[in-house]
Every structure is written in structure tokens, then in C-alpha cells.
Design a protein around this ligand. Sequence first.
Ligand SMILES: NC(=O)c1ccc[n+]([C@@H]2O[C@H](COP(=O)([O-])OP(=O)(O)OC[C@H]3O[C@@H](n4cnc5c(N)ncnc54)[C@H](OP(=O)(O)O)[C@@H]3O)[C@@H](O)[C@H]2O)c1
Length: 252
Amino acid sequence: MIDLRGKVILITGASRGIGAGIARVLGKAGAELILHYGRSRAQAEALAREIGLDRTRLLEADLSREEALLRLWEEALRWRGRIDVLVNNAGVAIAAAPESDLEQWRAAWEETWRINVLAAAHLCREAIAHFRARGGGVIINIASRAAFRGDTPEYLAYAASKGALVALTRSIARGYGSDNITAFVVAPGFVRTDMAEAFIQRYGLDYVTGDIPLGQMAEPEDVGYVVAFLASGLARHATGATIDINGASYVH
Ligand SMILES: NC(=O)c1ccc[n+]([C@@H]2O[C@H](COP(=O)([O-])OP(=O)(O)OC[C@H]3O[C@@H](n4cnc5c(N)ncnc54)[C@H](OP(=O)(O)O)[C@@H]3O)[C@@H](O)[C@H]2O)c1
């Protein structure tokens, strides 16, 4: 039912975890994919081979560097001459409780903000200009349950950054709906990736799965199915909305 053939979609952080799961699902639905990666080149290359080299373009960029991410957008645009959907998925979760020393605290907040907020905002800015010129487009920002529920003291910066991403997305939906630009938040709870593994190491498996009525973490592809639906245009009138993927562990 969901057919993404002919749609050009940029996914950040497609090399691993949720981004790779999104890429697999969108690839199966026929999309043309720009797969962004940072350090995990080999994994990104394997994913591109799996989906098909004729339908994928691999692009490297350190999202903490503004010039690198502006170059990423330019090169992504050059591939097929247009982008229909932007998926801001790349993100970091860096631990630093208020009790940690000031240097560690500051470094965690600055790096979290650069990647989770600024990089996504800059790419949204580029996308808005491009979509306005082309008559529309879709932005899908991967936030987190933490934006709504809050997080542990070690991850205050993470939760705050995801809250910022939610407000950014809703504002774009309100500000640019008349330009046929739609914007959505996807808010996962725990998803089985390296990032979730870091939480399991720190707090234990029971902390991660204990309050999920479905009894297990989501898989990266579970996020992919929701993104495929949003990218298809079928959910146009739900613009500005958040889709939770947390097994009812937090219902708001
Ligand atoms: N897993 C969860 O339980 C969960 C829950 C809620 C929300 N989320 C959100 O979902 C998104 C994906 O999470 P995940 O679990 O898949 O994380 P992950 O397994 O740690 O993967 C992170 C991805 O982001 C990329 N990335 C990180 N920093 C980068 C940088 N400076 N420059 C370029 N790329 C960078 C990584 O690329 P390279 O490896 O190539 O450098 C990788 O592809 C994040 O926004 C996260 O906050 C995750």
C-alpha cells in the first residue's frame, strides 16, 4: 500500500540503529535514498549494497560541523536534483548529571545541542527553502519519549534537546503549512540499538523494558514503518503531530 517510488529521501544517521531500520523499510517501499553517515562508513556501505546501489547515495558528514552539514545538503540535492523528504534521525545521548564537574556538564550540553538541535535545525532551514521553491515537502524529526516524559538526571541535556526538536517541528508545521510543507515528530521509547544498549549497561535491562506493557523494546524497523507512512503523504492532515512508538510505556 505504501509506495515511495520516485521519492527522494535524505536520512541522517542511516549507518546504524534506527536510521538503518528506517532506510531498510523506505528502501523496500521503493524510495531513492540519500544515506548519511558519520564514522560508520563500512556499515553504511553494506546497507547501500543491501538496498541497491542504483537507488542509494552515500554521504559522509560530521554533523557537529556547520560547514560539513551544509555541504551534505548541497551534495544530497545534487544527486537527483531534488529532495522530497528530510528525516532528521542522527542523534547523541551523552551522560552528564548536574553533579558532574562543570567541564563535563558543559561539554555534554554543547555536543548534544550541536547534533540533536542545531544540525537538525540547519537541515530544516535548507529543506524549507528548497520545499518552498518546489511547492512542498515533508520533514520528519526523530525526537524521543524523553521530550514528554523527561529523563534521568544523567540525560537532562538529551531530554531538553528533544523538547527543542518537538517545538521546532510543530512551529514549522504551523509556519509553512500554507507552502505545502508538512512536518512530523516521531517519538520512540526504547528501541534496540547501540544507544539503548548504553542505557541497559547503565541502568539494567529491567529499567529499559520493565515499564513497557508490550514487554519488549521496539525494533528499528518499527520506527521505519511509521516514517514510511508519514513520508508517503497519506498523513498530510496530521501535520504537526507526534507519533509515539513506546509500547504504551508513556501515554500523554
Ligand atoms: N534507541 C533508542 O532507544 C531511542 C529512543 C528514542 C529516541 N531515539 C533517537 O533516535 C535517533 C537514532 O538513535 P539510535 O538509537 O539509532 O542511535 P545510535 O545507534 O547511537 O546511532 C546514532 C546515529 O547517529 C549518527 N551520528 C551521531 N553523531 C553524529 C555526528 N556527529 N555526525 C554524523 N552522524 C552522527 C551515527 O552515525 P555514525 O555511526 O556513522 O557516526 C548513527 O548513524 C536519535 O536521534 C535518538 O535520540 C533513540
